[in-house]
Structures are given as C-alpha cells and as structure tokens.
Ligand binder design. Structure first.
Ligand code: DGY
Length: 434
C-alpha cells in the first residue's frame, strides 16, 4: 500500500501544471472540471493548500453568466489537444468571455463536493476563509444550472453534450447524437474505411483508437460542438435548433449531492442561499425521487420527459445522490454487485450483456475508479459500510495491478486502458487509502 501511495503521489506531481493538475499530461494537457474536483479530494490529505488552489483555479474560467466550463485551457499545455479553443470559438460566441480560453459546456457539478471535502480537513478559521472565497462563484454556478438548464422548473437539469455527462460514448448519449453525423463522415464509415477516419484524429496518438470513442462518433461530437457554438451556447437557442437535451441521471445525481454540500458549506460560513435557489434545490430532490420510482434510474429526454432505454452505471449514482429509499438500497446494491455489472472486476460502465459492451472502450464497459469513488461514498452513506469498504479495497487493488494509474480498466481481465498516469485515478486511490 505504501507503493500504491507513492505511485499516486508521483502521478499527481508529474501532472502538476502550476496551481492546477492536468488529468494526463499527454492526452489531456489542460484543466478539466470534474477531474480537478477528484484531484482536490485526493490531494487534501497531502497538501490542503494545494488542494484548495486546484478548486480556486477552476473559478478563473467561470463565465460571467455563472457557467463553469468543462475545460479551462492552459497556454503552456504540451501536446496539442484535439478539441482546442478554435473548435469552441467561445470568444466569438459569448459576450464578455472569461480572461482565459475555455470550452463552451460544463461537466458534472462536483465542485461543491470538492469544496466541502477540502474544507473538512482545514483548521476552522482557514476553512471559513476558503468557503467565503469560493461561495459566490459556487452559488452563481448552481443558479446558472437552474436558470439556464431547467427553465421550466422540472427540478432536473438538462445536459446538451456528452462531454457534459462526463461519460462521452455511453450508449444513451451515442444514440441521442447519432443523427448529427456529418454526411461525409457517414459515407467514409459506411464504405468500411474507419482507418481513414482514425487517421484524421489527434486523440489517438497517445491512446489506441480502439480504447477511445469510435471515430465516427468523435466527428459527430465535433459537429454537435459547432452547432452549440452557432447557438451561442444558450439553452433557448439550443432547444430552438432541435439539438439533444437530456436529463442525465449521473449529472443530476451529482447535483443532488452538490446541493446538499452547498447548503452545508453556506451554513458553515454563516450565509443563507438565495431563496429561489433553495426552492429549485428542493424540487430537484423530489424530481430525482420520481426518477427512481420507475425502477432502474435512467436518463430522460428533456423535451418529452420519456426515459431513454439503455441502462448504464450512471443509474447507480442514485446511491451517491443519497436519494434511494432505505428499502430499495439493498436491491440496487445487489444489482451493482450482481453478475450483470460486476465480474472479476467491476462495476462495468454498461452491463456485460448489453449489445454495446466492449471491455476496453471508454464508457462502453470499462471500470472507472472515479465512478467507484462516487459509488463507495454513496454506499457508505446509505448504510452499506461493508460493501463500500470492499469496493474501495477492490479499486485500489485493481489500480495497483498495473505499474501506473490508468484512466479506466477492463472489467474482464483488469488491464489498464485509456490515458496513462491519469491524475483523477491517482487521487481517488489516495483518498481510498486514507
Ligand atoms: C475528450 O477529449 O475526449 C474529453 O473526454 C472531452 O472532455
């Protein structure tokens, strides 16, 4: 375990970009939103001030309307990144863009969780100062989520890009964006020349294409990004353009927990949250409970309210939301650790029997240590301490089987895939070892 700790620390150190951490220096050389939150949660045990800086750095990319972008670009990043500021065109699309370059979409709102976890290990006076420093930005972000992404007040916020879900090629999202494939990409794919498409991408220089999102899907996401840019990243225009809007179950589960943590942080800092925000937060609690009433929690189409058919590991994040009624927790945990989701390693990101299952490809099967952190945390708070401990131990063991922390792991043979030296994996290991 000492070796696991040393390796995790070295990974975080080698990805340090100066006040923020790159998820993986070669593939992801900038600052990502939820990745940095996991990094802060791990780093707090080692250097609480550096962990606080990680979170504060995220707010330097905050948009004037409150949005926290999923990428804050850093001029000094080494390898060129495939979805760079030119693709996003934020400066042209948005009034008063932030001083730094950013992407135009957000990511699961884990920031309040990171703030609370970092604050938890600070001395009381320092904690108060830290909370007061970040609260205005945090409140503005949650207000943006409701104002912009749930204008109808359903309680569940809509997500407009799979990169916002954090689970890029997860089956329900792949299905939702499929019709946006550019005609030329479709023609090349249908002629069987996938290698031609792979030859045009930049993200497969460090990670083999077969472990990443498929090329036709990646080019479809670039197209979606261009259309979001044309809609100025404004939800009303995005809806009017008929682009996908999904009440993503994972994103909303993270929001439920973040709302709780935000309330706690504000109370600790002696501040009251704006009444409109408090009302919206209560609606989310109820709406999320309704999602569970229909059985396994699934994404919903934001236009029709209809559930999307595919089951994914995001459904189990209801445990992390703390929204599962006590009498249902055992059933959900039973499914999570049952043979459809957990084999030798687990849980898989889609069930083993799903047609889309692929043990090495991104969100189509692999086990993600970041997700396991959320699940273990949820299980522990749902009265399942034994399963939570076992999941943490199994995750540490899975990661330490490889010589370095990877982005994700095969649920079949435990091999590491995706970006090597992946900081969020290292960080959750550090937290699990504490
Ligand atoms: C990527 O570059 O594939 C990322 O997942 C986008 O956030």
């Amino acid at each position: 375990l000492e070796a696991a700790r040393a390796c995790a620390l070295e990974t975080l150190r080698s990805n340090d970009g100066g006040g923020f951490t790159r998820p993986s220096a070669r593939l992801y050389g900038h600052q990502w939103l939820w990745d940095s939150c996991f990094v802060a949660i791990g780093l707090r045990h080692v250097d609480v001030e550096r962990a606080a800086a990680e979170v504060v750095s995220l707010f330097t990319g905050q948009w004037p309307n409150g949005m926290l972008p999923h990428i804050r670009f850093c001029p000094a990043a080494g390898e060129p990144y495939h979805a760079d500021p030119r693709l996003w065109g934020v400066r042209k699309a948005v009034e008063a863009p932030p001083a730094v370059e950013t992407s135009g979409v957000t990511q699961p709102p884990l920031v309040a969780e990171a703030v609370a976890r970092v604050g938890e290990v600070m001395p009381a006076r320092r904690r108060l100062a830290f909370y007061r420093q970040v609260l205005p930005g945090l409140i503005a972000y949650h207000e943006w989520l409701y104002r912009e992404r749930d204008p109808g007040g359903s309680g569940l916020v809509a997500v407009v890009h799979p990169w916002e879900s954090g689970m890029d090629d997860t089956p329900p999202w792949s299905a939702a964006v499929r019709h946006l494939i550019p005609a030329r990409v479709r023609a090349v794919r249908d002629s069987g020349a996938v290698d031609v498409l792979d030859g045009l991408r930049r993200d497969n220089r460090t990670v083999p294409a077969r472990e990443r999102i498929a090329a036709d899907e990646l080019f479809t996401l670039y197209e979606l990004t261009r259309r979001l840019r044309a809609a100025h990243y404004r939800f009303a225009e995005i809806e009017a353009a008929g682009l996908p809007a999904i009440r993503d179950v994972g994103f909303n589960a993270v929001l439920v927990r973040a709302n709780h943590q935000l309330e706690m942080v504000a109370a600790d800092a002696g501040q009251t949250l704006p009444p409109g925000l408090r009302r919206a937060m209560r609606t989310t609690q109820d709406a999320f409970a309704n999602l569970l009433a229909d059985g396994f929690p699934r994404h919903q189409d934001a236009r029709t309210g209809r559930p999307l058919p595919d089951e994914t590991v995001a459904g189990f994040l209801a445990l992390y939301a703390g929204a599962v009624p006590p009498e249902q927790v055992g059933h959900l945990a039973g499914q999570l650790f049952g043979p459809r989701w957990t084999g030798r390693y687990g849980p898989a990101s889609v069930p083993f029997d799903a047609p889309a299952f692929d043990p090495c490809r991104y969100w189509r099967g692999p086990v993600w240590p970041m997700v396991n952190w959320l699940l273990a945390d949820g299980l522990a708070r749902s009265g399942r301490a034994v399963e939570a401990r076992r999941l943490r131990e199994d995750t540490v063991e899975l990661v330490t089987r490889s010589s370095r922390p990877y982005e994700y792991y095969s649920p079949v043979d435990g091999a590491g895939h995706g970006a090597p030296d992946f900081a969020p994996t290292a960080a959750v290991v550090l937290d699990m070892l504490r």
